[in-house]
Design a protein around this ligand. Structure first.
Ligand SMILES: [Zn+2]
Length: 355
């Protein structure tokens, strides 16, 4: 009998034996590698738990952990980091850990008084418990612990509790109220300003066009080159010519789009550039130009999709007319003061569409 058959037989015997005893070895909530258990049960379990907390209005903290980021890569931050950013203001002392939380100036008492902490028998006691029932210490203390005890006793004597829940804040000079957003800000490194996002999201264009424009600017649109790279398209060649369909090609270098920009006398910068850096044509009002850029790119994209999926070709004139139609539809989104500028741009585009 080949060796592999023997190994398989032994493995099968061990597996069968393990399945009869594994329930006593692992937690009931574990679902991985257990016959009859499915990992999807955890999703239902978590949803039930959240609904229960919500309906009971129970104060709840939920952590969604990305296992890849938590264990397989550098970066991110741990629960320990989150705790380190947290400062408590004691009111009734019931939800503040006497030793572990920062509730007095400086570091937690466990860090400041390690000798006494090592003699503690109630290391997770709340401030309220310590004030009412004492520290809970081993009977014999070292000299270092004795001297630390004198200081700690002064802290306990100086602590007055009153009605009301303890409060949490971020441990920073501005001490904003604790929230996941503020904690993330406090723990995250400073990122450079995302100019694309800053210019795209405030535009008063339809949301789907904003997302589209953002994807164009960061080159994440489903162009053929991007799809081909992900093995989602049979070819990376443009539907209108023989060049690879990158974002730059589709919107600025393809003969179809070159004709449109040429008709508007908009010079296309060399190399990579942000769509929001496209220069406005001299006679058009520049106030609504970003609005116009989004509409032109959107029309080029829709014309391209018509060609790819319906084999319908659009002329420069029809694409520019569609731009004007979109601007008419989106006009009401602008503040009344900005509408005049948009009307000027639309008149300019309309004139060039029939030129
Ligand atoms: Zn092309």
């Amino acid at each position: 009998m080949p060796t592999s058959y023997v190994m398989k037989a032994i493995t099968k015997v061990l597996m069968t034996w393990l399945q009869t005893t594994i329930h006593a070895l692992v937690d009931a909530d574990q679902t991985g590698f257990l016959s009859g258990h499915h990992i999807s049960e955890n999703i239902v379990y978590a949803a039930d738990l959240l609904r229960c907390c919500h309906s009971r209005k129970a104060p709840t903290l939920v952590f969604k952990i990305d296992f890849r980021k938590a264990f397989d890569s550098e970066g991110g931050f741990s629960i320990k980091d989150l705790h380190r950013q947290n400062r408590a203001t004691v009111v009734d002392g019931r939800s503040t850990s006497f030793w572990m939380d920062k509730w007095l100036p400086g570091e937690p008492l466990a860090t400041r008084f390690p000798a006494l902490f090592s003699h503690g028998t109630r290391r997770h006691a709340s401030v309220a418990t310590v004030v009412s029932q004492g520290l809970g210490l081993q009977t014999r203390l070292t000299a270092a612990a004795e001297s630390e005890l004198l200081v700690i006793r002064r802290f306990i004597d100086g602590t007055s509790l009153r009605g009301g829940p303890d409060r949490r804040a971020i441990d920073s000079p501005s001490t904003p109220r604790f929230s996941s957003r503020e904690a993330y800000r406090a723990l995250s490194p400073v990122h450079p300003v995302d100019t694309t996002a800053r210019l795209t999201w405030p535009l008063r264009i339809p949301t789907k066009v904003k997302i589209f424009a953002y994807l164009v600017d960061i080159d994440r649109l489903s162009t053929r080159v991007n799809l081909f790279y992900k093995s989602c398209a049979p070819s990376d060649i443009c539907a209108a010519c023989t060049s690879p369909e990158t974002g730059r090609h589709l919107f600025f270098d393809c003969p179809v789009s070159t004709a449109i920009w040429g008709q508007l006398d908009v010079p296309i910068p060399a190399g990579s550039f942000s769509i929001w850096d496209l220069p406005a044509p001299p006679p058009s009002p520049s106030g609504a130009w970003h609005f116009g850029v989004a509409a032109i790119l959107w029309s080029i994209w829709k014309s391209r999709n018509d060609l790819v999926f319906n084999r319908v070709t659009h002329s420069t004139t029809s694409t520019l007319r569609k731009v004007c139609d979109d601007l008419t539809l989106w006009r009401w989104r602008l503040r009344p003061a900005d509408r005049t500028s948009l009307d000027g741009l639309r008149a300019f585009l309309l004139a060039r569409a029939v030129a």
